[in-house]
Design a binder for this molecule. Structure first.
Ligand code: SF4
Length: 127
């Protein structure tokens, strides 16, 4: 197997993988890990790193399929707004007991209401 070139993003591989799995865009991921670097984190550099490590952004799931209607946290009964440790409002999914990433425009990939069609029923509601 070919040896992979070392990257400055390697120490954050797990974090980047989690963000990608949560449905974040590459730009969102780049912004998220910016805090670890003094120099500007380019979206294209993060994209290249993700590709080289076999991490795919799942953000297009539901974005390119016009028949898929992703559930929206902001319209969901399971969603409440809480204040995080830095005093900022963040969304919390009560069903999953997880914080919803701010960059999520619909719902994270781990959302329990996401089904094949996005029409999964929860609490008697449809999306
Ligand atoms: S993640 Fe899903 S279940 Fe949780 S608040 Fe968002 S839409 Fe609702």
């Amino acid at each position: 197997m070919r040896r992979q070139k070392k990257s400055k993003f390697d120490p954050y591989l797990n974090e980047i993988t989690e963000y990608a799995a949560a449905g974040m865009t590459v730009l969102g991921i780049a912004e998220r890990i910016q805090k670890y670097f003094e120099d500007y984190v380019e979206e294209s550099a993060v994209y290249a790193f993700m590709r080289s490590r076999g991490i795919q952004s799942r953000v297009t799931q539901g974005g390119t399929n016009l028949n898929y209607k992703a559930p929206r946290c902001t319209d969901c009964d399971n969603c409440i707004t809480v204040i995080n440790t830095t005093g900022k409002d963040v969304l919390l999914c009560l069903a999953a007991k997880r914080i919803v990433n701010r960059t999520c425009t619909t719902s994270p990939m781990w959302c329990q209401r996401r089904g094949d069609s996005g029409e999964v029923q929860k609490n008697g509601r449809t999306t």
